[in-house]
Design a protein around this ligand. Structure first.
Ligand SMILES: Nc1ncnc2c1ncn2[C@@H]1O[C@H](COP(=O)(O)OP(=O)(O)OP(=O)(O)O)[C@@H](O)[C@H]1O
Ligand SMILES: [Mg+2]
Length: 324
């Protein structure tokens, strides 16, 4: 997304300060803690983060499958916060808004490719000629023109995922929301599915929101959102490497002006408990206060190998040196 794009276009998805607390009898898990996010028309956005970060929770809330505990969700074309709508109203509104694709495809086993793709069109009450034309166009677009009469059981995993994509697009939505879309596929098949997603994005101008662990997926996105412990920590523009996120990261500032310093950066600095902050021109310089610097140096660095040692440790985990 370019700055001018966000300035002139309205977002198609707007999430404001969303919290999600899963409650069971004994425990409460805060899966999302004040997440705000906008997706603009035609954008390709990847949502990355470690296992348990809140990716699936965020995409399910974005898709209206899961209600938030608090916060607002706006879809283009619907003036009200969708979390205030009934489930029937959400299902109806979603048909024009988003197509959903998951790691395991949800195709109907006794229907063939064409029938699976058309089904959502009938449920949405579309005109049958429009359904026929659009299904044909979509089946060709995903490269299954010669598999139209096959049932899901006669298709490979990658082909089933193509059917799921075509089915998700039958009602002409503005956005595809996908959770780990390539996770069950081998690298070559994943690459082909990602090519299909690129075609969908380019030819139909459909925006993509893809939750993923995979470098392959994240590197195709034009904006990457990094989530951890239910908070958006950072964003990246294109060309990221999951192993060296620090190189491309823009730290996110939330509605309350908070910035979370990523764990890898904190560890590299010896996990100080405070920073001095100074504005220098357009920059903020953070420095470790002198008293903490002494403590960090004395307690947290192994004198033999230089590795950072956790406070209170007797032995360096890296080289086995006894800390004195
Ligand atoms: N139905 C649920 N009930 C209780 N806790 C849940 C539920 N679903 C998810 N969680 C918890 O919420 C947190 C976020 O889970 P979520 O599935 O959104 O993570 P994720 O980033 O998608 O992880 P992964 O990469 O493993 O798919 C985790 O701590 C998880 O255990
Ligand atoms: Mg998940």
């Amino acid at each position: 997304m370019t700055a001018s794009k966000s300035a002139i276009e309205m977002p198609i998805l707007n999430i404001e300060e969303v919290y999600k607390i899963y409650q069971s009898e004994k425990t409460e898990t805060a899966a999302l803690r004040g997440v705000s996010l906008s997706i603009y028309p035609g954008e390709k956005v990847a949502l990355i983060g470690p296992s348990g970060a809140g990716k699936t929770t965020l995409v399910n809330i974005s898709a209206g499958i899961l209600p938030p505990t608090s916060g607002k969700i706006f879809w283009s074309g619907i003036s009200r916060d969708i979390s205030r709508l009934s489930s029937e109203q959400i299902v109806r509104a979603r048909r024009q808004f988003a197509g959903l694709v998951f790691q395991e495809t949800k195709l109907i086993s006794h229907l063939n490719v064409t029938q699976n793709v058309k089904l959502g069109g009938y449920l949405a009450g579309m005109d049958s000629k429009e359904i026929d034309d659009r299904a044909k166009m979509l089946i060709d677009l995903v490269g299954l023109g010669d598999r139209k009469k096959h049932r899901p059981g006669m298709l490979s995993g990658g082909e089933r995922q193509r059917v799921a994509l075509a089915a998700a697009l039958i009602t002409n939505p503005k956005l595809i929301i996908a959770d780990e879309v390539t996770a069950s596929l081998d690298p070559l098949t994943s690459e082909q599915i990602l090519d299909v997603l690129d075609d969908i994005n380019r030819e139909l101008d459909v925006a993509l929101l893809l939750a993923t662990h995979a470098q392959q997926v994240a590197s195709r996105a034009e904006r990457i959102i990094e989530i951890k412990d239910g908070i958006i920590h950072a964003t990246h523009s294109s060309s990221i490497r999951l192993r060296s996120l620090a190189e491309t990261r823009n730290l996110a500032v939330d509605n309350q002006h908070r910035v979370a310093i990523p764990e890898d950066m904190m560890k590299a600095l010896g996990s100080p408990r405070s920073f001095k902050a100074k504005i220098v021109g357009q920059q903020i310089h953070l420095s470790i206060p002198n008293d903490e610097l002494y403590e960090v140096k004395k307690v947290l660095t192994c004198s033999v190998c230089g590795a950072l040692v956790e406070k209170g440790s007797q032995v360096c985990k890296n080289c086995g040196m006894v800390i004195t």
